[in-house]
Design a protein around this ligand. Structure first.
Ligand SMILES: Nc1ncnc2c1ncn2[C@@H]1O[C@H](COP(=O)(O)OP(=O)(O)OP(=O)(O)O)[C@@H](O)[C@H]1O
Ligand SMILES: [Mg+2]
Length: 388
């Protein structure tokens, strides 16, 4: 059974990601990861991943610690061998290419700038190794530094730069080699929150300008949402969901995805009516049935979970008029976030629901406070039916 409100979001097998041999546009399959498995001894770090990345896109791998993100990236860089499966970049099998011919560059978490070399020499290093002529090195280094707006710091040593500036130098050092594929492992992890947000936008702009295909690993779901054109949510060596940030956020395919990307309210229940355009669910959490206005197909009685995002939940003082999707409770916590507040409402049946209410909406209901009795409600289109 699957919710069919969005075919593209439904799971790992969106049509454009099909791996069938010889099919489709090669630009859509610039990077092809086919049944890739990585074992370290007995433990399996990557369990049969299939994934295609389009030319020029910024793709993010997201997941909790130890789920295999870095391992996957390291295999793409040729730093780890593949236990089974294969990786193709621009149609070439990575395993057949000697390391110096791999069109890939990886930027590590720690940047690893050489402390005794200045900015210019750091960026030039890889090109010198390759034996690129001096005059060409000079031009390429200069344009790479201009690109990241670090030209005027060319003579400084890394310890004379801020974290964000070091990060840009590391990026210039990666880009100067003109890789076809740029790999970024937690590129912002050394930056504090404010500079991190600014750097995210800068990085997207730079990558856009260069037109390089990029795969990025991050823990940070907000970072992935802001930067990536598509992302994959990973857990325990497997891809759980793949799609645009919007698809994954609005149509999570599992509880794991729903909880990992953003926060959500989950209601457990079972299907009591299943029609092509709607479904009713009985839940012990609410005094009424849950009503979702898009079809699923599955037997009556099937256990399901309904995910409702906090910003889809409205708070009222008076009992809502509709017969479905509401609950009565007491405000137990309020987190003021500036333009909006997060209200925790403990329902009569014991479940706590989180509602994200804008400041404007709050003034319209005379801003409820701790201990106030309120109602929560949401529309039939707000819920997503999850079956695993
Ligand atoms: N060289 C290695 N030898 C043995 N096990 C390894 C090795 N490298 C990674 N692993 C294991 O493989 C699994 C995946 O590790 P990986 O570094 O890919 O995780 P990650 O998703 O990048 O995590 P984090 O977000 O913490 O960086 C972990 O259980 C890790 O302990
Ligand atoms: Mg890692």
């Amino acid at each position: 059974m699957s919710s069919d409100q969005s075919g593209a979001a439904a799971g790992n097998a969106a049509p454009s990601l099909s791996m069938s041999a010889g099919s489709g546009d090669t630009a859509d399959q610039f990077v092809q990861i086919v049944d890739v498995v990585k074992k370290f001894g007995e433990s399996v770090a990557v369990k049969g991943v299939n994934l295609s990345v389009k030319k020029g896109e910024l793709f993010a791998l997201l997941g909790s610690s130890g789920c295999g993100k870095s391992t996957l990236l390291r295999m793409l860089a040729g730093l780890e061998t593949v236990t089974s499966g294969k990786i193709l970049i621009d149609g070439e099998d990575l395993a057949q290419l000697p390391p110096y011919r791999r069109p890939v560059n990886m930027m590590f978490q720690s940047y690893a700038l050489f402390p005794h070399m200045n900015v210019e020499t750091n960026v030039a290093f890889g090109l010198k190794q390759e034996g690129v002529p001096k005059a060409e090195i000079k031009d390429r280094v200069q344009s790479a530094l201009d690109l990241v707006q670090m030209g005027r710091f060319a003579k400084r040593k890394p310890n004379q730069l801020s974290g964000g500036q070091q990060q840009r130098v590391a990026l210039a050092r990666s880009l100067v080699k003109r890789p076809k594929l740029l790999l970024l492992d937690e590129p912002m992890s050394a930056l504090d929150k404010q500079i991190r947000q600014r750097t995210q936008i800068e990085l997207v702009n730079i990558l856009d300008k260069v037109g390089v295909t990029c795969m990025m690993v991050t823990h940070d779901q907000e970072e992935a949402m802001t930067m990536a054109s598509r992302l994959a949510v990973m857990s325990e060596g497997e891809i759980i969901q793949l799609g645009t940030p919007h698809e994954v956020y609005e149509y999570p395919n599992t509880r794991f995805s729903a909880e990992f990307i953003g926060s959500t309210n989950l209601f457990d229940g079972h299907v009591v009516e299943d029609e092509p355009d709607h479904v009713f669910i009985d839940t012990p959490d609410l005094p009424c049935r849950l009503y979702v206005n898009h079809g699923i197909t599955g037997p009556l009685g099937m256990p399901v979970t309904i995910s409702v995002r906090p910003e889809r939940i409205a708070l009222t003082r008076k009992p809502p008029e509709g017969a479905y999707n509401w609950g009565k409770g007491v405000v137990t916590n309020i987190a003021y976030m500036g333009g909006y507040s997060l209200y925790h409402v403990k329902l009569e049946a014991g479940k706590t629901v989180i509602a994200n209410v804008t400041s404007l909406a709050l003034t319209e209901i005379d801003t409820p406070t701790w201990g106030d009795e309120v109602y929560v409600r949401w529309s039939a289109s707000a819920g997503v039916v999850l079956t695993s």
